[in-house]
Design a protein around this ligand. Structure first.
Ligand SMILES: NC(=O)c1ccc[n+]([C@@H]2O[C@H](COP(=O)([O-])OP(=O)(O)OC[C@H]3O[C@@H](n4cnc5c(N)ncnc54)[C@H](OP(=O)(O)O)[C@@H]3O)[C@@H](O)[C@H]2O)c1
Ligand SMILES: [Zn+2]
Ligand SMILES: [Zn+2]
Length: 339
């Protein structure tokens, strides 16, 4: 294919600009995707501010990408032209590092990372590794599927891998792009679900999404309230403040887990007493693999889980990004590129 396509690139730290780029052909093992929708994740800030380790500008951000394959590189047999597929953050493992050799490909030490090592989905076209894409079920629109490929998979995997049992008390802290999906997953996994936000403004939305209880961390003592309910078996921390995460440990039941998925700029301060007396723990969880993306999409279809989105056209990516950064999105900004 000849000609050009439109993309939004980070040309310098903090600068998102619309550019025309030359269309290129997918190489061996790659596919070219005509992008229909791309969600705007808070992690995109690490590309926009050029702070992601190893990032070189210019770079097209975007790792919640859904579109249709319009060209196949040589050797690609699993996917077909016209098929609708998605790309998340970790979009190809090297297959050779120690993590990969142990089957832990999400922790590949040399991954293809959408919007970081390769151009992502703020564009009309994206080239992706065939091994790094997921199939999109017909039941989901591209706009609805896109946020599930990062915000969705991250919260779904963290919850389903936490050893929880139905009826357990679980809290989701930070009701943003990740958190609003985390609340829905927790509720639909049969968990007693608490949403922890700041202010009363999100209370009704959080309850509509399935939260049994809402805690306003700005005016209420979160740890005390959770302890009065018996203590949380797990707290999924999705917020962008380390300061807000440390005290959550005191809201856990004995053996409870603080699962960190948000990546704040500041440190997380911890008090050793509730960790030691009660055997509580804290650990991180990183997104997931393409097949786990398909699991996330499948569970969302099964339980009728959808992101709550606001859409803008590709040309307004900078405005959409700004709205997300200001905490105004309810709850995910999605670029509607073609559908
Ligand atoms: N682990 C992974 O694989 C993974 C994947 C995707 C994203 N992330 C990270 O997860 C975080 C959230 O991403 P997102 O896309 O959901 O972002 P988002 O939509 O911007 O939401 C961030 C949320 O953080 C909360 N927050 C902000 N400032 C806070 C403060 N001072 N104290 C407490 N909470 C605060 C807000 O919730 P309230 O207004 O309700 O308090 C806000 O809704 C980011 O750090 C992102 O980089 C990690
Ligand atoms: Zn993300
Ligand atoms: Zn590897």
């Amino acid at each position: 294919m000849n000609g050009t396509y439109k993309a939004v690139e980070v040309s310098a730290p903090g600068v998102l600009r619309v550019v025309e780029r030359q269309v290129s052909e997918p190489r061996a093992g790659q596919v070219r995707i005509r992008v229909e929708a791309c969600g705007i994740c808070h992690t995109d800030a690490a590309t926009v501010t050029a702070t992601y380790p190893g990032l070189a500008l210019p770079r097209v951000p975007g790792h919640e990408v859904v579109g249709r394959i319009d060209a196949l590189g040589s050797g690609v047999s699993r996917w077909k032209i016209g098929q609708r597929v998605g790309v998340g953050l970790i979009a190809g493992e090297d297959g050779m590092c120690e993590s990969c050799r142990r089957g832990d490909i999400v922790n590949c030490q040399n991954p293809v990372t959408s919007g970081v090592t390769v151009d992502g989905g703020y564009a009309e076209l994206m080239i992706a590794e065939a091994r790094g894409i997921a199939s999109i079920p017909d039941e989901l629109t591209s706009v609805d599927a896109a946020p599930l490929l990062c915000a969705g998979i991250t919260t779904y995997n963290a919850l389903r891998n936490a050893g929880l049992r139905s009826g357990d008390l679980v809290a989701v802290q930070g009701i943003g792009g990740l958190g609003h999906l985390g609340v829905q997953f927790a509720r639909n996994m049969g968990l007693r679900t608490v949403a922890i936000g700041r202010g009363r403004e999100k209370e009704k939305l959080a309850k509509d999404l399935g939260a049994h209880v809402y805690i306003d961390a700005a005016t209420e003592n979160t740890a005390d309230l959770l302890q009065r309910m018996g203590g949380a078996r797990a707290i999924l921390a999705t917020g962008t403040s380390g300061d807000a995460m440390g005290p959550l440990v005191s809201g856990l039941a004995p053996r409870g887990k603080l699962i960190v998925v948000g990546v704040p700029q500041d440190q997380i301060q911890l008090n050793a007493f509730p960790l030691v007396f009660g055997g509580r723990s804290i650990y991180g969880s990183l997104t997931g693999t393409p097949i786990e993306g398909e699991d996330t999409l499948g569970f969302s279809v099964l339980e009728n889980i959808r992101p709550m989105v606001e859409t803008l056209p590709l040309e307004q990516a900078a405005d959409a990004y700004a709205r997300m950064m200001q905490g105004k999105a309810r709850f995910r900004m999605v670029l509607r590129i073609a559908e």
